[in-house]
Unconditional design. Structure first.
Length: 118
């Protein structure tokens, strides 16, 4: 089993920054894919950013150039640095992990609220 716990959300003004953290515990591969998704009311959950083996990353077009995903394998953590935040970034953000030995199983954190508003 895998447990994921997010932290770092909150309220920020447009143009501000936040850093989300996700601590993973349990049976985790160093080759696990980790990512951040978000969901706002009335919308489907969408991929924000993902990082896989070798530090390869991909981002949603809407956050490219503003958000940066990184990971610390020694600490089993993944981070999302969010800069130049916009009101449309407001959502519940979820940490995600997929182990290579069970690629169809997605593990999710409980979600954390990010609100961008003046």
């Amino acid at each position: 089993q895998v447990q994921l716990v997010e932290s770092g959300g909150g309220l920020v003004q447009p143009g501000g920054s936040l850093r989300l953290s996700c601590a993973a515990s349990g049976s985790i591969s160093r080759d696990a894919a980790m990512g951040w998704y978000r969901q706002s009311p009335g919308k489907e959950r969408e991929l924000v950013a993902r990082i896989v083996t070798g530090g390869i990353t991909n981002y949603a077009d809407s956050v490219e150039g503003r958000f940066t995903i990184s990971r610390d394998d020694a600490k089993n953590k993944v981070y999302l640095q969010m800069n130049s935040l916009k009101p449309e970034d407001t959502a519940v953000y979820y940490c995600n992990l997929v182990n290579p030995w069970h690629p169809v199983i997605n593990y999710w954190g409980q979600g954390i609220q990010v609100t961008v508003s003046s």
